[in-house]
Design a protein around this ligand. Structure first.
Ligand SMILES: Nc1nc2c(ncn2[C@@H]2O[C@H](COP(=O)(O)OP(=O)(O)OP(=O)(O)O)[C@@H](O)[C@H]2O)c(=O)[nH]1
Ligand SMILES: [Mg+2]
Length: 389
């Protein structure tokens, strides 16, 4: 199923995909017309070639440097991509295929295969389309149109996590989506996508996130702009016990702002505060940088579950805030659109705006988030009474 999706995204130049163990044994195979090809013959024809290349790659494997590589013969192009610690995903393409276009899908497929082999949480076979195509643009425009016309906060927002390798991005998503923490580190390959709805009982509404967890290691550099395109919100993560990851925040900020939605909501997050003894970056330094970048700052620990939900809640509240502003923008004079879930009067709107602006000067803590929810609760009460002046 997974490989069917993979084949579909790669397109007509797809020939075959193999999962090969580090010992060179083929574990799984999927070809473009399974019914016509004698599997055994096919594997035989390729495996000797694959074996040679794998031998070389195994060396890199042991050195820990192997992520992915390509290899060309006159008949085919091969893409080798590490899939977990025990397997390699080998994609075979027609020689005309453009490796750069296929690479992002390969990374996703390899990551999914690794997780399936691991027997982890259920793995969705869906490989998302990444290329910007006219059809996709059309759908996007349509969604955009709906968002603008309905003022609906119930819209799915793309949220991306970026930052150096091993700072805790994947752990953060796991904690938020599944409520668990794992101590072992498995570098993300390409990207990992999940969904989560952020609910506010007090608001009778929710913000839906599609969470894109990006691989932070340098070897995935070429993929970052593609993955971050049009992201609506971003969490820039660094590790408070790793100065280097803090220094690189500016680089990440630049990468994301170049391709993100113009109204992108960003937050800087200093993670692993549970390791207070080995801190290399102070809270003050974090605040300083956030101010310089004009974004928000929060400190978290995935391990001790500190402020994790709050980071996501905070972003959801910012989105709601932007929606409220949209309502105001679209109103003629004093009139506020009745169909909005955030129907409030001008005075309340002013207070809300001030409140959010003021937040820029503070480090955001749990208490602040709660305060905002409470504040929006007041607004909801106002809304119930339909106090429109
Ligand atoms: N002590 C402590 N360890 C953490 C915390 N968050 C994550 N870790 C550990 O840090 C390591 C790296 O975490 P990941 O979430 O895989 O890092 P990542 O940012 O996704 O890395 P890439 O996928 O390579 O970009 C893992 O061993 C985690 O268990 C935390 O708050 N405290
Ligand atoms: Mg990761």
């Amino acid at each position: 199923m997974l490989f069917k999706w993979y084949k579909q995204e790669v397109g007509e130049l797809f020939v075959s995909v193999l999962v090969v163990g580090r010992d060179g044994l083929v574990v799984d195979i999927f070809t473009r017309n399974t019914e016509k090809i004698d599997e055994k013959k096919f594997v035989g024809a390729f495996s000797s070639l694959v074996e040679v290349v794998l031998k070389k790659l195994t060396l890199d494997f042991d050195l820990g440097t192997f992520g992915a590589g390509t290899f060309d013969t006159d008949k085919y192009r091969f893409i080798f991509c590490e899939s977990g610690s025990d397997h390699v995903l080998v994609t075979i393409l027609e020689p005309r295929a453009l490796v750069d276009e296929v690479f992002p899908y390969t990374y996703i497929a390899a990551d999914k295969v690794a997780r399936i082999m691991d027997g982890e949480l259920p793995v969705s076979p869906v490989i998302p389309k990444l290329k910007r195509e006219t059809e996709i643009e059309k759908i996007k425009r349509k969604l955009d149109y709906y968002q603008k016309t309905t003022h609906s906060p119930d819209y799915v927002y793309k949220l991306s996590l970026i930052g150096d390798g091993a700072v805790g991005k994947t752990s953060m998503v796991h904690r938020y989506v599944h409520g668990v923490f794992k101590a072992d580190y498995k570098a993300t390959i390409g990207t990992f996508i999940s969904k989560k709805e952020c609910n506010f009982d007090e608001l009778d509404t929710s913000v839906k996130f599609i969470i894109w967890d990006l691989a932070g290691q340098e070897q995935f550099q070429r993929l970052w702009p593609d993955y971050l395109t049009d992201t609506r919100t971003g969490i820039l993560v660094f590790d408070v016990t790793n100065k280097e990851s803090f220094k690189n925040v500016k680089k990440w900020h630049e990468i994301i702002t170049k391709v993100a939605d113009p109204n992108v909501i960003l937050i800087l997050v200093g993670n692993k505060v549970d390791l207070s003894d080995s801190r290399e970056v102070s809270t003050e330094e974090g605040i300083e940088l956030a101010k310089e970048l004009e974004i928000y700052y929060m400190e978290t620990s995935v391990k001790s579950n500190e402020n994790i939900d709050d980071v996501f809640e905070w972003i959801a509240l910012q989105i709601i805030n932007q929606n409220v502003e949209k309502v105001r923008d679209s109103t003629v004079e004093k009139y506020i659109n009745d169909s909005s879930k955030f129907t409030i009067n001008q005075a309340q709107l002013k207070i809300l705006e001030n409140y959010f602006t003021k937040q820029l000067d503070y480090v955001i803590s749990k208490a602040d988030t709660k305060k905002i929810v409470k504040f929006l609760d007041i607004i909801k009460a106002v809304e119930k009474n339909k106090v429109i002046t």
